[in-house]
Design a protein around this ligand. Structure first.
Ligand code: ST9
Ligand code: ZN
Ligand code: ZN
Length: 331
């Protein structure tokens, strides 16, 4: 594990960045919103209709739960976990923040799991996420939480992006993503991989292996699970940018939200994460409420991951004393 204490490296407040981290996930306070009226909101009706239908299908899936077999429900939970890890351990901690290194087999596994989550390909996800960190809560943030809960949660996927998101995003380097063959392969075959892994496999396995009806397979492990993972992810952008303590930096909106940490398998410690974006655990407290950190630790134990970046205890407490809201605890 790499602890970051070297004061000669680039600083984000007190957060000393390891040299191997990307610098494009560090908040840039030089951004200024353009003067004059805001560009009009342009609705994307295709997305509005599809998201509406998905959520109706997911609610119907919820009603079908009592009629599903125990195996189908266990399969649904497994599909939830796999697709969630494709986002948390994959698109987020590995590819957006480079907070640890993963071997090729692990990257292939995470890319497949990522396609199961169907949240845009890894390249697009990581690019948008870096702009989110760099220009957080401004017009250049894709899901700017200043525009309200609904916009940060789902609304941003139902309208055209603010031009500043695209303008600033095009200035990011992203060479690490372009150089990763697994990322580029997933990008190239993204649609096919989503059809197979997000829709066909979750529906087909319960029917083929234990005679569940295709109907139940489609509405529970496929649609309901997909909608649940989406909403758990979106809660990080909405709820965890609004509600909770700010022990590390009281001057930013991202907050420590235990409900979100639980539902997003460890990604709700968002005040910590925006303060120290390169920490592989996205939390001061390691595996506590944090299945993703436990998964990465297991991968390290198996020799499939290495170089996990951590922030030292001293640095955390110095930062908490200087900029925190006073709620910092050490246990
Ligand atoms: C989804 C994503 O749900 C969720 C991400 C959440 C992130 C959460 C982060 C929180 C932390 C991590 C926690 C994880 C917790 C996980 C828990 C799990 C249990 N820079 O996009 P277009 C270019 S997706 C540079 O069409 P519009 C673009 O390349 C759900 N360039 O923009 C293109 O260029 P060119 C499924 C950029 O027209 C051009 O601009 N998907 C950037 O404004 C136009 O791009 C969906 O629902 C950038 N940042 O449309 C919809 N952005 O022309 C998917 C864009 O040269 N998206 N460009 O090719 C869309 O339909 C559209 O993007 C849109 C905007 C309608 C939203
Ligand atoms: Zn992040
Ligand atoms: Zn955030």
């Amino acid at each position: 594990m790499t602890e970051t204490t070297n004061p000669n490296k680039q600083q984000n407040g007190d957060a000393v960045m390891p040299e191997t981290s990307t610098r494009d996930d560090v908040f840039d306070d030089s951004y200024r919103a353009k003067e004059g009226p805001k560009p009009p909101m342009r609705l994307v009706w295709r997305n509005i209709i599809l998201m509406f239908l998905l959520h109706i299908g997911a609610l119907y899936g919820l009603m079908l739960v009592p009629s599903a077999s125990a195996l189908t429900l266990a399969w649904t939970a497994l599909c939830f976990l796999l697709s969630a890890l494709g986002i948390t351990a994959g698109a987020h901690r590995l590819w957006s923040h480079k907070s640890y290194k993963a071997s090729t087999p692990l990257r292939v596994f995470l890319a497949l799991a990522n396609s199961m989550a169907f949240q845009n390909d890894i390249y697009e996800w990581a690019r948008d996420h870096r702009v989110h960190h760099k220009y957080s809560e401004t017009d250049a943030d894709p899901h700017n939480a200043v525009r309200g809960f609904f916009f940060a949660h789902i609304g941003w996927l139902l309208v055209r992006k603010h031009p500043d998101v695209i303008e600033k995003g095009k200035k990011l380097e992203l060479t690490d993503l372009k150089a990763d063959k697994v990322v580029m392969f997933q990008k190239k075959y993204y649609k096919l991989s989503v059809v197979l892994l997000c829709f066909l496999v979750p529906t087909w396995v319960p029917w083929f292996l234990w005679d569940e009806s295709l109907w139940v397979g489609y509405f529970i492990p496929c649609l309901m699970r997909y909608a649940l993972v989406l909403n758990a992810t979106w809660l990080v952008n909405s709820a965890a940018h609004m509600w909770g303590n700010r022990p590390y930096d009281r001057n930013i909106n991202p907050s420590e939200n235990r409900f979100v940490a639980f539902s997003a398998i460890g990604e709700g410690f968002h005040n910590y994460h925006h303060t120290f974006p390169f920490d592989y655990a996205t939390s001061e407290f390691g595996v506590k409420l944090n299945i993703t950190t436990a998964f990465i630790d297991l991968m390290c134990f198996l020799g499939l991951a290495k170089d996990c970046k951590r922030v030292s205890r001293d640095l955390i407490s110095t930062r908490a004393q200087r900029t925190g809201d006073g709620s910092h605890k050490t246990g």
